[in-house]
Design a protein around this ligand. Sequence first.
Ligand code: FDA
Length: 301
Amino acid sequence: MDPLRDALLWASGNAFLAGHLPRYRFVRATVARFMPGESTEEALDAGATLGGEGIATTFTRLGENVEEPSHAARTAGEYLRMLDRIEEMGLDAEVSVKLTQFGLDLDPDVTATHVRRLVDRSAELDRTLWIDMESSPYVDRTLDLYEVLQKDSPMVGICLQAYLRRTFDDLQRLLPLQPSVRLVKGAYREPAAAAFRDRRLIDESYVRLAGHLVSGGARRLVLGTHDTGLIAKVERELHGHDGFEVAMLFGIRSDEQRRLASAGYQVRTLISYGPSWYPWFMRRIAEKPAANIGLALRNLF
Ligand code: FDA
């Protein structure tokens, strides 16, 4: 792994830095590249603008690894309000959540109760509720809960990470359920025993998983990547772009998002919002360290 990327991913989990870095104005200026604002309404407005360009949205409220049950309950309430606002505004939008936002570290049963409420409300509004995939110690618990939820409602989707060596086996387990899957490369600092590090191997895994998802009858396949070369490879493998959707993050390769949408691809932008952006922001910096650190330095000076 690139040592700079490794250092940034380490910093993403450091409590001292999490408490201090977000106070600096140049850091806040840099985060603005990746999110339209901290508030729900700023996120919704950005979603409405994208909607005007034929691009759908996924909203995610930032925050992970909550330490207080009351915070988990508050997050669930905020997502319920977000779903109502999406409906009121008539947006083509969905919501994606992290299980550790709902206290997976504290009590898996309470987490399941919160997420089930969100899946049920989302399904009432005919929208899929997505579950992000976090670092490898959470994968088993995430898959277990997904399996239970998916058996009761098809309106729940899960993110799978192509860099994990285990993902192909996990997919065999999920395919009989006709899952909705967002396929990504993977964003966390993982040991070599758990994850491929070579970009070529990650790409090969990605294309192979996408092929299996389509031939295995997945309900939806969303390619969560900004790597347009990789999207083209999947498209060649699947003989066209009808079998998948594309999702990218707000502020990253926006020109490509518009180009794909106008070429007839189904495109979705994931918009993150909320005040707890530090670890997520550091993972974004780590994805393209030189360019993003350059941007931060320009904001500093
Ligand atoms: P790659 O990193 O090769 O990027 C391709 C090109 O895109 C780069 O060359 C650069 O031009 C541009 N780019 C990508 N990231 C950039 C950045 N941060 N800043 C500037 N330019 C950038 N991960 C995870 O572990 N669990 C999850 O639940 C999710 N969910 C998710 C949803 C969606 C919609 C997306 C797009 C991504 C995720 N991810 C994720 C993150 C994912 O695992 C991965 O880390 C990033 O998408 C970066 O990898 P790419 O596939 O874009 O390729």
